[in-house]
Design a protein around this ligand. Structure first.
Ligand code: AMP
Ligand code: MG
Length: 369
């Protein structure tokens, strides 16, 4: 995984936000529209020392970087709200979503160790099924067999070295193996009802396409429960939640990473209040082999990395889960069908074609600068 966290680190920890903003502007002027993954950078303007005070933290959770900025009204007692957010993310991963952690609910369902499903996971899967249906199966979280066959986790490691040009660094699965894995996928084959779930033999769930968006929803619940927090912007990998307001009343600024030029950004989303933003891109985890980009967003129709003509999709809406689900689905669908899907959900979307052509919903045109 390559993420713009050097930059976010600077914003949140070692550099004043104002300076950081200038630095990014300078880069933009110079035309250093650099590549990077993770999709989004948060640009913050300084709020001075007066309450509410700014609390920041950059850490890792859910296999990605988490960057938090919370504005907190000071009180008698000292609470570490950023630590509480990290704790809830760890619990979400370990107890519910991760297929790698043996005791999580998803791992237990994958191992057929339980047929019961919690109300929470039932609600999540029900929403995902709806997007799967509306996208004609472009989003399918039952493709665990396929994602493991492509060894998507390994792609992230290779991408940290800037991608690879050596064919031997990616094991392109044989056609027959892809067909066999595909036969074990298909959300419509799952028997799901309130309280129980039954996966067909061979099927494995992989909630990688929605986990970080769900994390943003959980963070929102926590923020609601803390009246002292007056504003927040938290990025969990390529998914971001904004909440409340900054002490100076200015809007949240979230930069969208340039999919092809390292260290640069495409533009900035200017947002007020509560929003959920997710970016899916073919530059986040990929390997180049013989001029072909093998990335981590798979097309369930072909079993291969999606070749829809898009290299990046950003979705903004009022749910973290939906923003994340839609960004993946729109990426697979391509510019026209992707835009139509986002519009059908009342979401705002920015879709970037490989040749740089931008497609935007009407609302996105108002917030994207
Ligand atoms: P995202 O970065 O949110 O677009 O999610 C990509 C991740 O979701 C991958 O690393 C896979 O684990 C999983 N994934 C890839 N393609 C799909 C797809 N078409 N539907 C559902 N999950 C997918
Ligand atoms: Mg997604």
């Amino acid at each position: 995984m390559i993420l713009p966290w050097g930059l976010i680190n600077n914003v949140s920890i070692s550099e004043s936000a104002g300076k950081m903003k200038q630095k990014i502007r300078r880069k933009r002027k110079k035309g250093l529209m650099a590549a990077i993954a993770g999709g989004l950078i948060i640009l913050l303007s300084g709020c001075g020392a007066a309450p509410p005070q700014k609390q920041t933290l950059v850490d890792t959770a859910m296999g990605t970087i988490v960057s938090q900025t919370l504005y907190i009204q000071q009180g008698e007692e000292t609470l570490d709200e950023t630590a509480a957010v990290m704790q809830l993310l760890a619990e979400l991963e370990q107890q519910e979503l991760s297929w790698r952690i043996a005791d999580s609910e998803v791992a237990r369902i994958n191992a057929r160790a339980q047929e019961a499903i919690s109300p929470s996971l039932y609600g999540i899967l029900s929403q995902i099924w709806q997007v799967s249906e509306d996208s004609g199966g472009a989003l399918d979280v039952t493709l665990g067999r396929l994602s493991r066959l492509w060894n998507l986790d390994e792609l992230s490691v290779l991408a940290e070295n800037g991608g690879s040009t050596a064919t031997e660094q990616i094991n392109i699965p044989a056609k027959e193996l892809i067909q066999t894995a595909l036969a074990d996928c298909g959300w419509e084959k799952v028997q799901l009802s309130e309280g129980t779930i039954a996966l067909p033999v061979g099927m494995q769930l992989d909630l990688g396409a929605v986990g970080k968006g769900i994390a943003c929803d959980r963070i929102r619940e926590y923020l609601y429960s803390q009246p002292r927090i007056t504003g927040a912007v938290v990025a969990v990998g390529g998914s971001v939640v904004t909440y409340g307001q900054k002490p100076d009343g200015s809007s949240w600024q979230v930069a969208i990473m340039h999919p092809r030029e390292e260290g640069a950004y495409l533009g900035i989303l200017s947002l007020t209040g509560e929003n959920y933003i997710s970016t899916s891109g073919d530059y986040e985890r990929y390997v180049m082999a013989d001029g072909v980009r093998y990335h981590h967003i798979l097309d369930p129709a072909t079993g291969h990395p999606a070749r829809s003509g898009l290299c990046s999709v950003t979705v903004v809406c009022d749910s973290g889960l939906l923003a994340d689900a839609l960004s993946t689905a729109c990426f697979v669908l391509g510019p026209e069908r992707g835009l139509a899907l986002a519009e059908a959900y009342g979401a705002e979307a920015l879709l970037v074609e490989e040749d740089g052509t931008l497609h935007m919903t009407e609302g996105m045109k108002k917030i994207f600068k």
